[in-house]
Design a protein around this ligand. Structure first.
Ligand SMILES: C[S@@+](CC[C@H](N)C(=O)[O-])C[C@H]1O[C@@H](n2cnc3c(N)ncnc32)[C@H](O)[C@@H]1O
Length: 293
């Protein structure tokens, strides 16, 4: 999790830097491939940052050290995208993004303040129909459960957008009580971000005896039980994505310094090669973190 510094910038942990490095690696590969396609059928391709953030977050371990946030990672990607949309709900952060126009005068930057679900569905999607021969990469990087499943559905149905989602595992597990059924409002809240909640009914059917992985074996040490739960939720989310997108990568789990799983990062795409590249990038990342894998 990140916290806020005095100037409204995020203060982020090592895992967030890992996430940004994975993003940068994939963006490079995406942009090389899309640029090649411009010689054939493609008219233009865009980077859309739906939760653009504070542009230069600070490192938690050393608050004097500034890190390049996702908008900068995209602007630094070569070859360049034909345009960049930066969306954020925070006016202070929007101001920071406006300043990027001076730093990158050759880049077409569009900045929108608002709830990204509305901006994506009402402003972005209508501009890029499949027939326009334009394509876009959307980065969905919320703090918690802010990405509506309906938005994901809308993006998928156009067939023009690939999405790179950082799904908040912790946001879901926090809402689910261990020893009683969740309240209907909680089920609704989860349904809003995950589509189906049939799995919730299932895991609470026999809470004392169930072997379903969300609660696991109470005798198991907590770290491994939590890890199993997190992996299970991550694969559940990617399975849901497979109902909307023809190709979905495996999820990579983002852990904090105490090894707790916070998020699951994955790509949903219309292109098989994109998934292969992403899985390779994720595998290398995990191998570097844990050479025994
Ligand atoms: C995790 S930070 C993004 C970090 C950024 N992607 C990066 O890697 O540098 C989440 C951002 O989402 C913004 N935000 C929260 N809810 C939002 C919403 N519904 N729509 C758009 N932005 C939102 C916050 O103001 C915050 O800047």
């Amino acid at each position: 999790m990140s916290r806020l510094g005095h100037e409204g910038e995020d203060i982020i942990g090592r895992w967030s830097e890992g996430k940004l490095d994975l993003l940068a690696k994939y963006l490079k590969a995406y942009s090389v491939i899309m640029n090649e396609q411009k010689k054939n059928w493609l008219r233009a391709y865009y980077y859309i940052d739906a939760f653009a953030g504070s542009v230069r977050p600070r490192a938690k371990e050393d608050e004097q050290r500034y890190i390049h946030g996702s908008p900068l990672r995209a602007l630094q990607t070569e070859p360049r995208f034909d345009g960049y949309w930066f969306i954020d709900v925070s006016p202070r952060r929007i101001e920071r993004m406006q300043r990027l126009r001076e730093a990158f005068p050759d880049c077409a930057i569009d900045v929108r303040q608002g709830n990204c679900n509305e901006v994506l569905c009402n402003e972005v999607v209508p501009q890029l129909p499949y027939s326009s021969k334009q394509r876009a990469f959307v980065f969905l990087d919320p703090y918690g459960l802010q990405v509506d499943w309906e938005t994901v559905r809308e993006l998928a149905s156009t067939k023009t957008f690939d999405i790179f989602v950082n799904f908040s595992i912790m946001g879901v597990t926090r809402l689910l009580p261990r020893d009683q059924n969740p309240e209907p409002e909680v089920v609704e809240q989860i349904s809003k971000v995950m589509g189906s909640t049939a799995w919730i009914t299932q895991i609470y059917q026999e809470p004392q005896t169930t072997q379903l992985p969300l609660f696991g074996d109470p005798e198991e040490p907590t770290p491994s039980r939590d890890a199993i739960q997190a992996e299970w939720l991550a694969s559940l989310y990617t399975k849901q994505l497979e109902d909307l997108f023809p190709q979905v990568s495996r999820p990579v789990l983002m852990r904090n310094s105490t090894n707790s799983v916070l998020y699951a990062l994955c790509l949903a795409s219309h292109n098989r090669t994109a998934i292969k590249i992403t899985n390779d990038i994720f595998n290398r990342y995990e191998q570097l973190k844990d050479p025994k894998r």
